[in-house]
Ligand binder design. Sequence first.
Ligand code: ZN
Length: 312
Amino acid sequence: MASRTRYSIGVDMGGTNLRAAAIDGEGNLLGKVSGSTNLGEGREAVLNDLVSGIRALRERFGTGELAGVGVAVPGFIDIQQGFIVGCNNLPQFDGFPVRDEISRRLGAPVILENDANAAALGEKWLGAGRGVNDLALLTLGTGIGGGIIVRGRVLHGFVGMAGEFGHMTVFPGGNPCGCGNNGCLEKHASATAVGAMARLLQLGDNLTSKDVLEIAQGEGEPARRASAVFETMGTALGIAIANLVNIFNFPLYLLSGGPLPAWDYFAPAMYREVEKRSFTWRNTKTRIEKAALGGEAGLFGAAYLPFLELES
Ligand SMILES: [Zn+2]
């Protein structure tokens, strides 16, 4: 028998594959499907896979009980028009009216959200930010994305591009970034940046942040150099977070992504910078913590979007 529970469907187009989940209003996962399509296979394949995943869940859990569909996508989005404006992972979706196209194929309304914003919302709903209405999440991956939650909702800015923490300037004259700036946070504190710094220090080519952590946990000169990489990363993060603390006075800042297991190596430098640069930090009980949902955060956040819309 199909469930009679009211539920929503969240879709995450982030990473390399599509995932969709049916989740009820209390955050219970009812069912999940993973798309077989690699995002590199082109727009039509991705759209077909996405829509068939949603349909499969809708048939299983009931059309009448469906509160709505939320879709998290990588890249910049134009929230009003439902476009992906710029996205390295999905070039064929650039400027494409993805929200309306999915909605047309499904015959149901769709809410679009940037994947990092969705992740922040997921953490607020069911993760490390549960019960906290004002927070920021920084996702340390290939680049650094982020989401800002104010009064329980995503802060979008005027077109939906708010929360691009990765392009905050932390070292004027630092490493050049694809965005046109120099010294962006993501050039000094992303998982990619950790690997790049390790290479510059001759620790090896194509290292992941996990590889660099393993070297840091070893002994001798390479361990010292690997530790220095995380110290630089922590310094950059601390400068960025101090600015956020000074601007927002949120009680909670969350970090997620590949370099998180290296917390003990980068956090001392991070805390040192925040302590030094933020009066607000020194005089409040502000917290910086690890996010809790890992790769599921965006999926849960996407599913939360329709429930939020029903509340408003
Ligand atoms: Zn940049």
